[in-house]
Design a protein around this ligand. Structure first.
Ligand code: CP
Length: 295
């Protein structure tokens, strides 16, 4: 049984198959390829984009979706996570899409091999569908010419599952990844890393801004995020002559991560990322439910 618990579950052939399908779905919506399929979404953390995007993707392909709200589930009565998952799988879904605060939840569910598991973001470790939609957005913008492109990932990198999955995927795809963050947000890394955004901003092709993951900070890292913003918010002033595309996985903290003005620029692709997310997730569902795990 195939799963998508981390970007490492996909070889390059699978990644390009998913990109190709997503591009084709974006040009023209396909027939209802997943007409008889049933998916369960199980989100233990809040989500605006990922959950809706997976549900829209499933419905565009004709699949049915059931959502279990963990706040109203029997996990509140002491049922273990594994038992919750096993009980849902006993109902015969064709896939379970899971978000959880612990790094290994998707991997643990996948190891039970009861249904294909799709990781919709776990802990600080992995958000593979976000990395795929980000790469798709970059690939589309640069018309496939991505080898050697420089990307600066800016912000709370140490706490970001988006950064983790993107670093793995984008390096594998031949991009040069540079990290920019205050030392409190910088992981131990062999990658080129900078504290000062001005040192790199005009040298990169892509800027990926990240939100400060306040919910994962054990105690407040900065007393005043305006101070952080003075150094790391992507503003027109800081961009100077840069023609880099601006990305952000969302949710954006306006005027802390990216200024209002920059959010309106044509090279800011934040909503294009969201749009592409639906096509990428359609392609992921096709890949896992039809191509890998049988029609
Ligand atoms: N990018 C992302 O994971 O957004 P949500 O938390 O809204 O799903």
């Amino acid at each position: 049984m195939h799963h998508l618990s981390s970007i490492d579950d996909l070889n390059n052939e699978a990644i390009f198959q998913i990109l190709q399908d997503a591009a084709s779905f974006k040009r023209r919506l396909p027939p209802k390829l997943l007409q008889d399929k049933l998916l369960i979404t199980l989100f233990f953390e809040p989500s605006t984009r990922t959950r809706s995007s997976f549900e829209v993707a499933a419905k565009r392909l004709g699949a049915s979706v059931v959502h279990l709200d963990p706040a109203k589930s029997s996990t509140k009565k002491g049922e273990t996570l594994q038992d919750t998952f096993a009980n849902l799988c006993a109902m015969g879904p064709d896939g379970v899409i899971v978000r959880h605060s612990e790094d290994n939840t998707a991997k643990i569910f996948a190891s039970m091999n009861l249904a294909p598991v799709i990781n919709a973001g776990t802990g600080k470790s992995a958000h593979p569908s976000q990395a795929l939609l980000d790469f798709f957005t970059i690939y589309e913008y640069f018309k496939g010419e991505v080898e050697g492109k420089k990307i600066a990932i800016v912000g709370d990198i140490i706490n970001s599952r988006v950064a983790n999955s993107n670093i793995k995927l984008l390096q594998r795809m031949g991009l040069e990844v540079i990290l920019v963050a205050p030392k409190e947000f910088m992981p131990k890394t062999p990658l080129p890393s900078y504290e000062n955004l001005d040192d790199v901003i005009e040298k990169v092709d892509i800027i990926m801004s990240l939100r400060a993951q306040l919910e994962r900070h054990k105690k407040p890292i900065f007393q005043d995020y305006n101070e952080y913003a003075a150094h790391y918010c992507i503003t027109k002033e800081k961009l100077k002559n840069s023609h880099a595309i601006i990305m952000h996985p969302g949710p954006v903290m306006r005027n802390i991560d990216i200024s209002d003005e920059v959010l309106e620029l044509p090279q800011t692709l934040v909503l294009e990322q969201v749009k592409n997310g639906v096509f990428i997730r359609m392609a992921i569902l096709k890949y896992l439910l039809l191509d890998c795990n049988g029609a």
